[in-house]
Design a protein around this ligand. Structure first.
Ligand code: CTP
Length: 396
């Protein structure tokens, strides 16, 4: 599994940095090409020479150093990676990664890579348990990073707690698992919609909804990581564009319908995670509506139902945002919209509603099989949906 894989091993400034030598050694022995990137503080705990001797590769320690073949274009390192592993990861590097700060070679590499990222935290227990660190950890999980450890045991301070770097074997196993997750959507063309459409009332106002776009973006990123060619058709969101996907920005349901119709011509699957407005103002005022009357009535007309109207020989996956009779309503939608799979969620549950990083969904297929998933991050939900897409595509 590890043979001929390029593993970027990021080492940050924790006392556990010395254990990275063991990780680098085991990876090298297993046939991986290990490219070590150290933060400046990591070099205070273990020397680059040690890592260079173990891996027989230049070690990157500074963005502006000229010695390494990767030093100028750290993007090259990001592109070469099959997997990026940060072990040990300090609270500081986790905070930087969560915020998208890229002020050294390691954080730049992580920001630029499309490869899966594994983070193995190691720090004092109270730092790990601090709510800021926990929030950063949740952000990294939501972005699809795999977290391994920390473990309970004796810490640098002499105290015992949750903060020890995971055992080397566990980290190596995790790398193997992540690499073997595979690229089971290679050469598949997947169209994903995301966000909530906006239907204009006048030049400054629109009818919108509370969709954050997180579920659709998680699907696009997960499909990309599994090798798919992804087209993401997105209504306005505040999320960054996922690298390595083709992004088409739209505003209204009508624009989304056009973009979907064009995109599905060559697609293997369409996943409609967007919250499409069901109604739009019958006419859009040319000038800003002034508050001249005590009441204002807007006449609304139906928007196109994109999932129902779009035709073609591709797999159709829909979502069902329900607040009651979830499974029964979702089954009806699956039939009415002629879907292969529907993802039902209870929008009244705060852990799965709009804007949350987690989701609790039920998958229902055409055969009527109902699978209740536990509460998961949206990224984990995305992978579970894609597992089903992979098996449904295989049956075609
Ligand atoms: N959808 C669509 N076009 C619309 C409305 C919804 O393609 N005009 C898609 C959504 O992207 C989702 C699925 O249809 O995948 C179900 O959306 P949902 O809002 O749950 O259902 P509606 O069809 O709008 O029905 P209702 O609002 O009555 O529950």
């Amino acid at each position: 599994m590890l043979a001929n894989k390029t593993v970027i091993l990021g080492i940050t400034g924790s006392l556990a940095a010395y254990k990275a030598a063991d990780i680098a050694s085991k990876l090298t022995q297993a046939g991986a090409r290990v490219e070590v990137v150290m933060t400046e503080s990591a070099t205070k705990f273990i020397t680059p020479l040690t890592l260079r001797s173990i891996t027989s590769r230049p070690v990157v320690t500074d963005m502006f150093e000229l010695a390494s073949e990767f030093s100028i274009e750290h993007v090259a390192l990001a592109e070469a990676a099959d997997v990026v592993v940060i072990a040990p990861a300090t609270a500081c590097v986790m905070a930087k990664l969560a915020a998208g700060i890229s002020d050294d070679e390691l954080t730049c590499t992580v920001l630029a890579t499309e490869a899966p990222v594994i983070v193995a935290p190691a720090m004092h227990a109270s730092m790990f348990q601090n709510s800021v660190t926990q929030q950063n950890l949740a952000k990294l999980k939501a972005r699809g990073f795999t977290i391994v450890g920390p473990e309970y045991g004796r810490l640098a301070s002499g105290k015992v707690g949750l903060g020890r770097l995971a055992e080397t074997d566990k980290i190596i196993d995790t790398i193997g698992q992540v690499l073997s997750q595979g690229r089971d959507l290679t050469s598949k063309r997947i169209v994903v919609t995301a966000g909530g459409t906006q239907e204009p009332i006048d030049p400054v106002r629109h009818i919108g909804n509370r969709s954050s776009g997180k579920m659709g973006y998680a699907l696009a990123e997960a499909a990309r990581n599994r090798g798919a060619e992804v087209k993401l058709i997105t209504a306005p969101t505040s999320l960054p564009e996922p690298v390595g996907t083709e992004v088409v920005s739209v505003k209204t349901a009508a624009e989304m319908k056009e973009a979907v119709a064009r995109a599905v011509i060559q697609a293997d699957a369409l996943i409609m995670a967007a919250a499409v407005a069901d109604y739009q103002p019958k006419s859009v005022a040319e000038a800003k509506i002034k508050k001249e009357t005590p009441t204002l009535t807007l006449e609304l007309i139906r928007t196109p139902d994109i999932l129902t109207e779009v035709k073609g020989n591709f797999l159709k996956v829909g979502f069902a945002a329900e607040s009651q009779n979830i499974v029964a309503n979702a089954k009806q939608k699956l039939e009415r919209k002629q879907l292969d799979l529907i993802v039902a969620n209870d929008i009244t549950d705060p852990s799965s509603g709009f804007g949350a990083d987690t989701n609790k969904v039920t998958l229902i297929d055409k055969q009527g099989n109902v699978e209740d998933l536990p509460l998961l991050t949206k990224r984990e939900v995305a992978d579970r949906i894609l597992d089903r897409v992979v098996s449904l595509l295989a049956k075609r």
